[in-house]
Design a protein around this ligand. Structure first.
Ligand code: CMP
Length: 186
């Protein structure tokens, strides 16, 4: 018990069997009480970090007009699903020919799409939806024209968005079709 609980070998030790059992119990209770508080503290910190992340993502989602059509239930789901990222100017966000498992919404900044006639997309726009919907490789390389704040949505979460808000999924699908038409060799 002394070794297990790392109490250390003291000068005063219990002599009787009952005394040793009692001392052992006290040592184990000590560990239990310490672990309990450590667990409560760790859970508290984790919950606080999650809450702050949720509030931060919520503020970013509010900056994308497309999501203003969502009801409160769907909004909570999408806030949980979206992953915020900030990329410095010049970063390649996705490359032509790669497989695409996610799409991106632009909160702030601009990206450049390297189509034959290059296109710039700004705040409120989205990209990366074509590969996500069709399952085909990325149709163009997209890079950050300025520092850009993005929210990424993975394919499973896009399915969830399609169920909770078919209207938004429709807009995204229609945009993908229009862009495919504008980029025939994609
Ligand atoms: P995806 O093919 O997944 O990856 C590259 C992205 O660039 C593509 O999805 C679209 O989101 C975007 N894109 C391709 N062609 C155009 C276009 N003509 N106009 C705007 N965006 C485009």
């Amino acid at each position: 018990m002394v070794t297990l609980s790392t109490t250390g070998y003291g000068d005063v030790t219990p002599q009787s069997f009952a005394g040793r059992v009692l001392a052992g119990l006290v040592m184990m209770c000590g560990i239990g009480i310490f672990a309990l508080w450590a667990g409560i503290l760790a859970t508290g910190f984790y919950e606080e970090v999650r809450r702050q992340d949720f509030v931060r993502t919520w503020q970013l989602v509010a900056a994308v007009p497309l999501f203003q059509r969502l009801g409160s239930g769907a909004l909570v789901e999408i806030v949980r699903a979206l992953r915020p990222r900030v990329m410095p100017a010049g970063t390649i966000i996705c490359r032509k020919g790669e497989t695409g498992d996610r799409m991106f919404f632009i909160v702030e900044g601009r990206v450049s799409v390297a189509t034959p006639n290059p296109v710039e997309l700004g705040s409120g726009s989205f990209f990366g939806e074509m590969a996500l919907i069709s399952g085909e490789p990325r149709s163009a390389t997209v890079s950050a024209a300025t520092e850009v704040s993005l929210l990424s949505l993975y394919s499973v979460d896009f399915q969830m968005l399609s169920r909770s808000s078919p209207e938004i999924a429709d807009i995204i699908r229609r945009t993908a079709l229009e862009r495919r038409g504008a980029t025939p060799d994609a």
